[in-house]
Write a protein that binds this ligand. Structure first.
Ligand code: ADP
Ligand code: ZN
Ligand code: ZN
Length: 712
């Protein structure tokens, strides 16, 4: 028997190599399983792509080992990899690797399968002793019993020796979850209407625009239940799994054992088990972040992408895929439905819904017709004149009011650390990361200056490294400083901080969310992490301290991001019985994204923003692709991006707009140079990009092709 194997020999090389399969492996080898092959004088890993005939004129070697009993890539996955490779101008092997959980990426390891020993009846015979009788009684009642559960080992041994019972081994899945059973809620009339519009229609793609607290999750669950009842499976995608514990609990409560969760904080073994439960058809619903779109489910009936506007649905490493592309491909293959849900759909999605490419379904009232919270906008320029640099008078009064009433508060400050830069008052030098050309952030906990782009970290200097002056000061603030400020201001305040620094340990997110929910804290303070998806009954005030932080990012999406963040954050207040209130502090009180967020007015925002995008020719009026050259050597990188720019200009006509070349900052000692192409029709683009990729295949620089780039 001969097989063609795909392996990673050269970065862009997708050549197949033929191997023979010794007889002892013939039964275990399947298309899509991983094998170890000899290559030169090395042993490397590869995927079995097909069975083939013997190739004459070559010396064909035997494979060394088969790593997986179950095939890891289904037929659908194999063709999906080919689609990705074409769409993103990426090597096939990288696409397959992206589909697999990290435990299964090329690491030359067999992940072990955990086994558990059980005792079952073998040959029932009369027994005399009471202790033996008890064991038989238990086995008769339960069928099989864990060996560890039988305490009288002596009696057990006698029974085994007499062949009356025997020991068997069964695979044990490592992930063990506790859950509370929850009941299905009766959909409100509005929810039912939205549900019917999706369930009773033959359209394939739906956009559910449902304001925060309108009950979207309940609709997802009902649609998924319908799908399961018809014998099909479902994928439920969420932007970030660690902040989605509440949604997962609701799903578990309703569907428990049918669910598999693909979670980055699972151990390798747990993930391997979850993956195999899916392949074997034991799990019917897969919940996970972006990469769960590759879950090897078969017979998919629906894919739900919750908070579809979130940037986490774009993968930022190779292959730089957009989850939506993959979802569209999978619903085509499975003849399934795709449901995009959001309170603040991306402009692209809403524009597609308006032009009937998606079916638009809207839920514009909260559950029980609860009002959306009132939003107050505070002009911080005025507050600064009064000396209020962190809290406005109004925010302070409202905090004090909630503390007295024992209601909870969420405070959003979208920057972590203590101070965001250290500046010398004598020479004006700002302390920067030597690897990244970005100012270092002060972290008070360990008196350090850290780079938020690489891992660079030093102790805070006491004198200016440039002019040796002692007059160096910390400026700007981050969540650490806000926490300290609040603790000094309010004695006995119970405040918990949630940002990347407090949530690096496994399970720490979940614990903060649970403790806050249990009323152990008065205030939850955090970065944009706390803005999404959380649902606390007792929160009646949401305070956004630097509401315009995201407006200052030089990106065509900065207004959209600001509107989304403010709307999502506002949606966290007053979700149950109590009224909610929002305070947004900003230096741009008249910016349309802030004014529209105040009025909860998605449509006005959409219209204004679409006008601007049209004028400037940005998505959704065109597509973007970035071509980046990454190099340790500045001169080399610069000369190559210039050549690429010239090539693009010579080969693309004036229907394409080429921006750049530009030098983005140095990150981690590497310089990034880029060109952006704006295009409407992608045909010519592929050919041109492929030529560039081929040309620099063996070059010293690294080339990145990034469709729908997040950062310009
Ligand atoms: P969204 O995802 O649209 O923000 P959720 O699905 O989280 O909204 O629902 C908001 C709140 O309303 C949740 O606490 C949920 O339990 C509750 N809820 C949703 N649907 C119903 C219903 N049909 N009856 C009663 N409560 C509901
Ligand atoms: Zn750095
Ligand atoms: Zn100085």
């Amino acid at each position: 028997m001969y097989i063609d194997v795909l392996t990673q020999v050269n970065f862009y090389d997708d050549k197949l190599f033929t191997y023979s399969v010794p007889s002892n492996f013939i039964n275990s080898i399947k298309i899509g399983s991983r094998v170890i092959i000899p290559f030169g004088n090395k042993k490397i890993e590869g995927f079995v792509m097909s069975f083939c005939d013997k190739k004459e004129g070559f010396i064909i070697k035997d494979i060394i080992d088969v790593l997986d009993d179950d095939s890891l890539l289904t037929d659908e996955m194999i063709s999906l990899g080919k689609y990705m490779s074409e769409t993103y101008v990426e090597s096939l092997i990288n696409c397959y690797k992206a589909m697999l959980p990290s435990a299964l990426k090329f690491n030359n390891n067999k992940t072990s399968i955990k086994k558990e020993k059980y005792i079952v009846i073998n040959n029932l015979d009369e027994v005399e002793k009471v202790s033996e009788k008890n064991i038989i009684k238990l086995l008769k009642k339960e069928g099989k019993v864990k060996k560890s559960k039988i305490s009288n080992k002596k009696a057990l041994k006698i029974l085994i020796d007499k062949n009356i019972v025997k020991e068997i081994e069964e695979e044990k899945y490592r992930l063990n979850v506790e859950y509370k059973k929850t009941n299905k809620l009766k959909l409100t009339d509005n929810q039912k209407k939205a549900f019917d519009e999706i369930n009773n229609s033959d359209e394939k793609i739906y956009l559910l625009r449902g304001i925060t607290g309108s009950g979207k999750t309940e609709i997802y669950m009902d649609l998924i239940e319908e799908v399961l009842n018809s014998g099909k499976t479902a994928i439920m995608l969420v932007p970030e799994i660690s902040i989605t514990t509440q949604l997962i609990d609701r799903f578990r409560g309703r569907f428990n054992s049918k669910i598999a969760i693909l979670h980055s904080s699972l151990s390798n073994g747990e993930r391997y088990d979850e993956y195999r439960r899916i392949i074997r058809g034991e799990a019917h619903i897969v919940i996970g972040a972006r990469s769960a779109i590759f879950a090897p489910l078969s017979n998919i009936g629906i894919i739900v992408i919750d908070e579809e506007h979130e940037s986490t649905y774009k993968q930022e490493n190779t292959p730089r895929y957009t989850t939506l592309d993959i979802a569209l491909e999978r619903i085509k293959y499975n003849n399934a439905k795709l449901l995009l849900g959001s309170a603040t759909p991306s402009l692209e999605s809403y524009a597609r819904a308006k032009t009937n490419k998606y079916k638009l379904v809207e839920l514009l009232e909260r559950i029980n017709k609860k009002e959306l919270p009132k939003v107050e906008i505070i002009d911080m320029k005025e507050e600064m004149k009064k000396g209020n640099d962190i809290l406005s008078d109004s925010a302070r009064l409202k905090i004090e009011d909630r503390l007295i009433k024992k209601e909870q508060i969420m405070i959003l400050y979208n920057r972590r650390g203590y101070s965001n830069y250290l500046i010398c008052n004598e020479c004006g030098e700002v302390l920067k990361c030597p690897n990244c050309d970005i100012s270092l952030t002060y972290h008070k906990v360990d008196n350090s200056m850290k780079c938020h782009y690489c891992r660079y970290k030093i102790n805070k200097p006491n004198i200016c490294p440039n002019c040796k002056s002692k007059h160096i000061v910390l400026r700007g603030s981050g969540t650490e400083k806000i926490e300290e400020y609040l603790n000094l201001k309010y004695r006995d305040l119970r405040i918990v901080r949630m940002d990347r620094d407090t949530t690096s340990r496994k399970g720490s997110h979940e614990k903060i969310i649970q403790d806050f929910n249990d009323g152990k804290y008065d205030i939850l303070l955090g970065t944009q992490m706390i803005a999404k998806g959380l649902d606390f009954d007792n929160v009646t005030l949401v305070l956004i301290l630097n509401g315009d932080n995201s407006l200052n990012i030089p990106d065509y999406r900065s207004s959209e991001k600001t509107f989304q963040l403010l709307t999502q954050a506002s949606g966290r207040a007053g979700r149950k019985d109590k009224e909610g209130e929002i305070v947004i502090q900003t230096y741009n009180p008249n910016h349309y994204s802030i004014l529209c967020a105040k009025e909860h007015d998605y449509i006005s925002f959409y219209n204004m923003e679409m006008n601007i995008r049209k004028k400037l020719n940005y998505p959704p009026f065109c597509f973007l692709v970035a071509i980046r050259v990454i190099s340790n050597d500045y001169k080399l990188g610069e000369s190559i991006i210039d050549k690429i720019n010239a090539y693009l200009n010579n080969n693309l006509d004036n229907k394409y707009t080429i921006l750049g070349p530009s030098i983005s900052i140095k990150i981690d000692n590497k310089y990034k140079f880029q060109c952006i192409i704006k295009y409407k029709d992608k045909n010519k683009i592929y050919e041109v990009l492929k030529n560039i990729v081929d040309h620099y295949k063996n070059s010293k620089i690294k080339l990145e092709i990034d469709f729908n780039p997040l950062k310009l």
